[in-house]
Design a protein around this ligand. Structure first.
Ligand code: PLP
Length: 374
C-alpha cells in the first residue's frame, strides 16, 4: 500500500527556507567587491542549509570553485553532478581519499605521511592528484609547520601521482595587523616552493580577512560565512542578504494564570498570559540558553515579537504571548530577516553568547531545509 505524504504542507515540525537567490547575490556582491575569483565554502552541509543548494547558488552568482572540509562533502557535490573545481582540506584518518581523487577533488596534505596517502590513492585511481598544500602561519590549527615545509615540498615535487597546484594558509584574528606576519610567512613558503621548481597559486583570506584587508585576497578568496549572509564586520556591513528563514506554526495555546509555572525548571508566570507551544526544541537548534536567563530570546508571530518562557525542551518550546490573540496554526518565525522585524542570526548569536555560524550549523536534522526561489 502506498504511503500518502502530504503534498503541500511540509511534514517536518519546522522548516528552514533557504533563499538560493540570496546566496547567489551575496556571492556576486563579494566577488565584485574582492575583485578576485571566489571559492565558495559549503562545508558542514552548506553551513547547515544544504551543500548542494548552496553550491549551485554560489556558482550561479559567479563562484569559480568550491571548498569543503571533508572528502565525503566533496564526493556529495560530485554525485550531485557538480563539476566545478573543489578543494577539500581535512584529511582525517579513514577519509575516502581514493574516491575523492578519482572524482578530481583537490586535497590538501599537510605532512609527508598524508602526501603519501594521496599519492597512493592517485596511483590506484590512475589519475594525477592536484594538491594544494596548507602551511601553518600562526593559527596553530592545521597546516604544515614551517620546519617541515622543505621536506614536504621536496617530497611533493618528487612524488609521482601528485601535482602541486597551490600553497595556502588560513588566518586568525580580525584586523590587518594580525595578517601581516602570516602573509609574510606564506610568501616565504611560496619562495621556497618556487626555488624547488613548483609553480603553485596562493590563497589566504576567508570572509573576514578578505573583507577588511585586500592583501589577503591573493589569487582566490575562500568565502563561507559571508555567502550565507553573515556580515564579517557587523558594524560596517557590506550589504549581504539573509539566506535562511526558520519557521514553524503554533501547535497549541493555553491561558495561564499568574502563579503557575512553565517547563521543567518551573519558570513562574507572573501575570495572566497566553502560552503558545511550538514543536521545536533544543534538539532542533533552539539552545536551552535561549530561555535560560532574564533576557529570553524573542520570536516573531504576526509581525510582533514575543519571548520564550520556561526551559526549552528537547522537542518543544513555549512562547509567552501576553494578551495577543495567538492561535494554533499561527506562523512563527524563529529566524529570518531583521528588515522584516524577524529575529536575525546575529541576534541569536548575541543571545546565546556565540557566533552566527554556530547558530546556523546547530539547526538539527528534524528541521526540513527547503530551497526557495530556485
Ligand atoms: C571555514 C573555512 C573557510 C571559510 O571561512 P569563512 O570565515 O566562513 O568565510 C575558508 N578556509 C578554511 C580553511 C576554512 O576552514
Amino acid at each position: 500500500m502506498a504511503l500518502l505524504l502530504p503534498a503541500t504542507r511540509p511534514a517536518a515540525p519546522s522548516t528552514v527556507a533557504v533563499s538560493s537567490n540570496a546566496i547567489r547575490d551575496n556571492t556576486a556582491l563579494l566577488r565584485s567587491r574582492c575583485g578576485t575569483p571566489v571559492m565558495a565554502v559549503v562545508k558542514a552541509g552548506g553551513f547547515g542549509l544544504g551543500a548542494v543548494t548552496a553550491a549551485r547558488a554560489a556558482l550561479a552568482g559567479g563562484a569559480d570553485e568550491l571548498g569543503v572540509a571533508t572528502c565525503t562533502e566533496a564526493i556529495e557535490l560530485r554525485r550531485a553532478g557538480i563539476e566545478a573545481p573543489i578543494l577539500s582540506w581535512m584529511l582525517h584518518d579513514d577519509a575516502p581519499i581514493r574516491d575523492a581523487v578519482a572524482l578530481g577533488v583537490r586535497l590538501a596534505p599537510t605532512s609527508t605521511a598524508q602526501l603519501a596517502r594521496v599519492a597512493e590513492a592517485a596511483l590506484s585511481a590512475g589519475v594525477v592528484a592536484e594538491i594544494e598544500i596548507e602551511v601553518e602561519t600562526g593559527m596553530n590549527r592545521s597546516g604544515a609547520p614551517r620546519a617541515q615545509w622543505r621536506a614536504l615540498f621536496e617530497a611533493a615535487s618528487a612524488t609521482p601521482g601528485v601535482s602541486v597546484a597551490g600553497i595556502w594558509t588560513h588566518l586568525s584574528g580580525a584586523a590587518p595587523e594580525h595578517f601581516t606576519e602570516p602573509l609574510a610567512q606564506l610568501d616565504e613558503a611560496l619562495a621556497l616552493a618556487r626555488s624547488l621548481g613548483l609553480a603553485p597559486r596562493r590563497h589566504a583570506g576567508a570572509s573576514l580577512a578578505a573583507t577588511v584587508d585586500p592583501r589577503t585576497r591573493l589569487d582566490i578568496v575562500r568565502l563561507g560565512a559571508s555567502i550565507f549572509g553573515i556580515e564579517p564586520v557587523p558594524d560596517r556591513p557590506v550589504g549581504l542578504t539573509p539566506v535562511a528563514t526558520w519557521e514553524t506554526r503554533v501547535s497549541q495555546t493555553r491561558d495561564a494564570r499568574g502563579g503557575q509555572t512553565v517547563g521543567y525548571g518551573r519558570t513562574p508566570v507572573h501575570t495572566a498570559t497566553r502560552l503558545a507551544l511550538i514543536p521545536v526544541g533544543y534538539a532542533d537548534g533552539i539552545s536551552r540558553r535561549a530561555s535560560a536567563d532574564r533576557h529570553p530570546m524573542t520570536v516573531s508571530i504576526g509581525g510582533r515579537r514575543f519571548p520564550l518562557i520556561g526551559a526549552v525542551s528537547m522537542d518543544q518550546s513555549v512562547i509567552e504571548a501576553g494578551d495577543a490573540p495567538v492561535m494554533p496554526g499561527d506562523r512563527v518565525v524563529l529566524l529570518g530577516d531583521p528588515a522584516r522585524g524577524e529575529p536575525s542570526l546575529s541576534e541569536w548569536a548575541d543571545a546565546l553568547g556565540t557566533i552566527p555560524q554556530e547558530v546556523l550549523t546547530a539547526i538539527g536534522p528534524r528541521v526540513a531545509r527547503r530551497e526557495v526561489d530556485a
